[in-house]
Design a protein. Structure first.
Length: 235
């Protein structure tokens, strides 16, 4: 990692810090349209989204985790609206609030790159062994549909993220912004440093997501039908 990368990441931590380079494969081509907040949040059309408040999943049910050599575990949770609406209501609100709390920084990234849409992930590094462990925040690659996606930029959530160090039981987190061409409904492979996981997303998370989507539709349907059934018909 270059000195400039370390300086930039440390500055972000100081500017944004308090509570968790650039480049993707392929050229962007023609100048894309300015990003919107919907593009950053992962919204496609609200008409196609499931209603919030009916999910039951936990954050770890949607997250990919890998354990690195050296005593660090890394967890990636997608913050795409179509996925986090499957979370239990408290977790859904927490993820929405987290993005809202970093909205200025996220909007700045969107204005800088001006891609049509973005994929935002909540990434956490956990220290699991005694002593100090180092981590490399930009050595995270998502492989999807034959393309490698590297973070465009990182928005620290926890104070000290830019120091890139972990003590035992310490957690450092950030929001990672990727090119929104990444398709979460397709198989996805995660590589962090030299550790790779190519099965968890397609083998566990996507089937769980499809089951929960069906259940959310059923719960939402029953909820909307109940008031109608209780309303007396006029004589």
């Amino acid at each position: 990692m270059t000195r400039e990368t370390v300086r930039r990441l440390g500055a972000l931590a100081l500017t944004i810090g308090a509570s968790a380079c650039a480049g993707t494969a392929g050229a962007p081509g023609a100048a894309p349209a300015p990003a919107t907040r919907g593009a950053l949040a992962g919204d496609t059309s609200t008409a196609t989204l499931l209603p919030p408040g009916f999910g039951t999943l936990r954050q770890q049910d949607l997250a990919v985790r890998v354990s690195l050599v050296g005593g660090t575990t890394v967890q990636l949770l997608p913050l795409d609206e179509s996925f986090i609406r499957l979370l239990a209501p408290d977790s859904y609100r927490a993820m929405r609030d987290l993005q809202a709390s970093r909205r200025v920084a996220l909007d700045s990234i969107a204005q800088r790159y001006r891609y049509p849409r973005y994929s935002v992930w909540y990434v956490s590094f956990f220290g699991r062994e005694q002593g100090e462990a180092r981590f490399s925040p930009f050595e995270v690659i998502l492989t999807n549909a034959g393309r490698e996606f590297r973070p465009l930029d990182v928005v620290p959530v926890t104070r000290g993220f830019g120091e890139q160090r972990l003590q035992q039981r310490d957690v450092q987190s950030a929001l990672y912004v990727f090119d929104g061409s990444l398709d979460l409904n397709q198989p996805l492979e995660l590589t962090v440093e030299t550790t790779r996981d190519g099965t968890t997303w397609s083998g566990q998370i996507l089937p769980r997501v499809e089951r929960e989507r069906a259940l959310v539709r059923s719960r939402a349907g029953r909820s909307s039908a109940a008031p109608a059934a209780a309303t007396p018909r006029p004589r």
